[in-house]
Design a protein around this ligand. Sequence first.
Ligand code: PMP
Length: 435
Amino acid sequence: MSIIDDYISQNKGSLEAYEKAKGLLPSGNTRSALYWRPFPLCMRRGEGSKLWDVDGNRRVDFNYNNTTLILGHTHPRVMQAVRDQMEKGTMLGAATETEPRLAEEILRRLKGSDRIRFTPTGTEANMQALRVARTYKKKPLIAKCLGAYHGSWDGVTLTPNSPGVPTGVGQSTVYFPYNDAGEAERVIKKHRDELAAVVVEPTMRDMTPRPGFLERLREITTQYDILLVFDEVISFRLGYGGAQEFYGVAPDITAMGKIIGGGFPVGAYASTDECMSPLKIPDAELPETANPVLGFSGTFNAFPLAMAGGLVVLEEMIQEKYDLIAGMGEEMRKGLRGVFAEEGLGVFVGGVGSFFFTAWTDQEVYDHASSMTADRGLANLFNIGMMNKGFFILGHPNVSAVQSREEISAALTAARETVREMKPMIRERAPHLFS
Ligand code: PMP
């Protein structure tokens, strides 16, 4: 049976759910990243490192809601904290005691940040962080990397000229390739009088920074008095103090999300007291003057369930756990490299810490252009082959702190079998991958 036929026969309930959704949602889907051909799975339940779909198939998760669930699904302490909060009310229309506790826990980890703001998503964390940067610097432009994702809003589209973006907004962003310090310097220098900030993911999705790249960005931005913003929505899981501690480069502003909300929608951005001054309510006697320069008043900012769950996640994530997941991530990277080499294939395996990813290209993947050389059809087929064998691989594959070494070795065996099943297709579509 072909990989696709096997998938269809295993997932009849998911197909039915998808067919129904297709009549109601564009492409039957609400998150573009969670769509794949021939149809996405419909999940019912998660526990620890496992997921169960509507057909009752059990899979080992290597996605964890795109890197969010660093302690796995339904972690007992997280669930208890969330239940306790839920019984007191989901939203109270006022600040809660948990908010400053989570703030303290995050700021302890971010050296150089004194203040933090919570948002409902990573998208809004970046959006507000960059607006604060523009306000603080009184300059209009932002520079970002080509292909970098900083959320679904107009100011930071993956590449220039994205559909639906007003011309003026599009013109407020300039681009440079990730890992190209020379080009970054050229773009920054050219726009230095108008640039408020440079925003970059310390590890761009699964691509890692070349030695010196982040350091050079730090030097150039300091030289031209431009703010450096690290989008650590994903990379914050790289270490106790995030990717900035891991790589030893400190930004001016840090945007976060995912792991800090205990599995609930969340975002946050942190910086120095000085940089966050546009958010400060001036001391004033008259209430009508008591407005910050910039007001962001999201109904679901600092969502109490996210604050409660996130606090437990960070309390649990001590140094040993970061070491544990980084060790398992390395086992996956090494194991996959071994599988591809032994099967005679030149496929790129990358990642760092708990991240591992495969790009179906014989080139090194280090920026947007090189990532575009990868064959997405083969990547999808590999993921589906792994799903057929009980492993949920998708998006930004990663391991969580509840992953077991047995799951890693079983996943590597499944990867080898999947690669063997794929060989006729690889020969047909991408013969150059055979070394
Ligand atoms: N920045 C990065 C680096 C991300 O990966 C994401 C989400 N994948 C976001 C921002 C947006 O976060 P959210 O989906 O919570 O809006």
